[in-house]
Design a protein around this ligand. Structure first.
Ligand SMILES: Nc1ncnc2c1ncn2[C@@H]1O[C@H](COP(=O)(O)OP(=O)(O)OP(=O)(O)O)[C@@H](O)[C@H]1O
Ligand SMILES: [Mg+2]
Length: 453
């Protein structure tokens, strides 16, 4: 994008000269002959940089500078100074001008300074823009959830974000663990520092070690130069250790040391490095069981589990499904330029009744697919994949004898289902109870009631 330069000088000749120069280099330029005129132009159309002479009638360069610092602190200012005003220029730098140039003006000098400052400024702006976007992405408006359970969870996430403590996020696959880790970082005081992610589950042990801690040249075959590890990269910020339940006992020990002492060596290195890193870990593994089986170190577990955050599976927050559906529908409408606005109530019920073993990710993928394939502008039952349509209530037998009464019919059906489930589970009572999502005693009393041996 072209930068806009505003040049302020009471000498028309030098104004014209500079304007010509900037226009020839692709800048958009505007001019003013005194401070008052300059301020009016700045208010109308904010320039990217202001060059101002110091000595001018009406309002001089110093007054203009003061106005800019107060009302437009992001616009950089370069002072143009003639003999006799050098001291003023130095004073201007002290109060916030970015640079100054001496008259008579050297065009290459002025151009170089303006280029350097506008480039730097656009980098800063871009960076702020990106950071803002990230913060928006991970602010709580993009985390959908109205059920009490999830509202409590969000509140915990907010509270935790404000602290520096280690967090362990637990939950089934696709429940939103990574989203929460991001939300914690981007709502914390470390927001301007790096958020670094490592997926501990996908890397072999030796690779993981050098990924986390870095290595020195020659540490192993293939280590042709020094490499900075993720702990160093995350210094001052947050390190997200995803799939922490998948790391080897050996790596667990090494991690434990960094968590306890905050220090480590690069692989093959002798220098001990110290870092300030906040740890967020996540897993879908049953760590308690892994500890019982000797696969996860207890000491590491306690180090990580300072603040445990449990993310519930989608089937335990059914009331959120419809909100998520509308949210994803909007999202993919935008991405794919579609305009689906309606969801048939029957289709909605089917989607709400499905169990979503892949949780929110599965629901998101489902909606994406429906939006991509949509031709009607609405979501109806035939748009749904067969496995979701299968969640429809069982059809009632045509020849059912309604005269027998509802409770008899229901009980008879219940009996059939239990026998069928027992057969499928090799007559293992507890396994059957679990599959039918019943507690043991209710299940046993049903067996007794129906005389099932
Ligand atoms: N509350 C929510 N609102 C909106 N979108 C969500 C929510 N929770 C998760 N998502 C979305 O669901 C998808 C899966 O979330 P995420 O990757 O955070 O899950 P995960 O628990 O880390 O999964 P896995 O265990 O498979 O790594 C992402 O696209 C995420 O943006
Ligand atoms: Mg994840």
């Amino acid at each position: 994008m072209k930068s806009k330069v505003l040049i302020v000088d009471d000498e028309i000749d030098s104004l014209e000269l500079m304007q010509e120069l900037f226009e020839s280099k692709g800048y958009i330029s505007d001019t003013a002959t005194n401070g008052v005129e300059a301020i009016n132009k700045i208010k109308l159309q904010e320039p990217d940089i202001v060059l101002t002479d110091i000595r001018m009638p009406e309002m001089d360069g110093m007054q203009l500078l003061n106005f800019l610092i107060k009302d437009h602190p992001n616009i950089p200012v370069i002072m143009i100074t003639a003999h006799g005003t050098v001291e003023a220029a130095v004073e201007a730098m002290r109060i916030g001008a970015k640079d100054y140039i001496l008259k008579p003006i050297r065009l290459d000098e002025i151009l170089a300074k303006v280029e350097r400052i506008t480039q730097l400024n656009s980098l800063i702006k871009e960076n702020e823009y990106l950071l803002n976007r990230l913060q928006q992405t991970y602010d709580f408006t993009n985390m959908i959830g109205k059920t009490d359970k999830v509202q409590e969870l969000f509140k915990l996430v907010k509270d935790v974000a404000a602290t520096n403590t280690t967090v362990l996020i637990r939950g089934e696959s696709g429940t939103g663990k990574e989203l929460i880790a991001n939300a914690i970082h981007y709502n914390s005081t470390r927001v301007k520092r790096p958020f670094v992610k490592v997926n501990c589950g996908v890397l072999a042990e030796s690779l993981l070690e050098s990924e986390l801690f870095g290595h020195v040249r020659g540490a192993f075959t293939g280590a042709i130069k020094d490499k900075i590890g993720r702990f160093e990269l995350a210094n001052g910020g947050t390190l997200f250790l995803d799939e922490i339940g998948d790391i080897s006992l050996n790596m667990q020990l090494k991690l434990l040391r960094v968590l306890q002492e905050g220090e480590f060596e690069r692989v093959g290195g002798t220098e001990t490095l110290k870092v300030d890193v906040r740890i967020i870990a996540a897993t879908n593994k049953d760590l308690e069981r892994a500890m019982d089986e000797g696969k996860f170190r207890q000491d590491l577990y306690y180090r990580l589990n300072v603040i445990p955050i449990e993310v519930p599976p989608l089937r335990e927050r059914k009331d959120d499904i419809k909100y998520l559906i509308y949210y994803f529908m909007e999202k993919f409408n935008k991405i794919y330029g579609k305009n689906i606005s309606e969801i048939d109530p029957k289709a909605m019920t089917l989607m709400e009744n499905y169990q979503y073993p892949g949780n929110i990710r599965e629901l998101e993928n489902l909606i994406e697919r429906i939006v991509v394939l949509d031709k009607r502008g609405s979501i109806k039952t035939p748009n749904l994949p067969a496995y979701i349509r299968a969640a429809e209530p069982e059809e009632v037998d045509e020849d059912v004898d309604l005269e027998k009464g509802l409770s008899y019919l229901v009980e008879n059906y219940e009996r059939k289902i239990i026998i069928n489930a027992l057969e499928k589970n090799g007559f293992n009572k507890f396994q059957t109870a679990r599959q039918l999502q019943m507690n043991r005693s209710t299940f046993l009393s049903k067996l007794k009631k129906y005389g099932i041996q």
